[in-house]
Ligand binder design. Structure first.
Ligand code: ZN
Length: 232
């Protein structure tokens, strides 16, 4: 008898409680989504080179005779995934004219969970390009000459970037010999093979850089620089 009364009351209060709970959960979910969007956005940012940042590159990628003004360079922070699906904080230095392009590209790569293994300043390797490439480190600015020449690389102005360089080596052919940089990338010269971090013409990485007006070293005729995207 009492139960008859109790049950509907209990049911109604339970339903009410549940819907309040649902509303609360929904509100929390929206807040969390907004917060994570804000965090993600704050994680894709650029700034001028502070004294602390400049101290990291002076005498390394920013050499004594560097002809590019410090004020033309920007320090970027982005998020990226590796192939294990972990989210990592990446950093790089580039020319101010391509900073917005790179932020947009890396934001899209992040959203697509495109794998990039490592992105720290080349100065962590004493601006030694070979050492940085061997570690599969993606990087942009480095005041240096094109390997084997006296011509300044587009990296010298921060107008070029190398992505996953170990798996996307720079391959040159000289007098019947094949020169591969980094030297530990021999296994990745054959582009018909399947392996992680490989950049292929038409893939997302390629399409995004093309969309923002970059050219790809994999399209070069006399040599192939599969890691390299540059803008003029
Ligand atoms: Zn390059």
């Amino acid at each position: 008898m009492n139960m008859n009364k109790l049950v509907p009351i209990f049911t109604s209060s339970n339903e009410k409680g549940l819907s309040m709970k649902q509303i609360l959960l929904f509100a929390i979910w929206i807040l969390a989504a907004q917060l994570s969007a804000q965090v993600a956005d704050a994680s894709f940012c650029q700034q001028e080179l502070t004294d602390a940042i400049f101290a990291r590159i002076k005498g390394k990628s920013y050499k004594e005779h560097c002809t590019i003004p410090r004020s033309d360079l920007r320090y970027l922070q982005v998020l990226h995934y590796n192939k294990e699906g972990e989210v990592l904080q990446g950093e790089l230095i580039c020319h101010k004219t391509i900073a917005d392009d790179l932020l947009a590209i890396f934001r899209e790569l992040y959203q697509a969970k495109y794998p990039i293994e490592r992105m720290v300043l080349v100065d962590e390797y004493d601006a030694d390009d070979e050492a940085s490439m061997r570690a599969n480190n993606s990087s942009a600015f480095n005041f240096r000459y094109i390997s084997g020449t006296k011509t300044l690389s587009r990296h010298s102005r921060g107008m070029a970037i190398d992505i996953n360089p170990l798996y996307n080596p720079y391959v040159r052919y000289r007098g019947g010999r094949t020169l591969v940089e980094p030297a530990n990338a021999q296994a990745y010269v054959d582009r018909t093979k399947d392996f992680p971090y490989k950049i292929v013409k038409g893939d997302l990485c390629y399409r995004l850089f093309k969309k923002y007006g970059f050219t790809w070293g994999g399209d070069w005729k006399n040599s192939k620089d599969y890691q390299h995207f540059e803008k003029r």
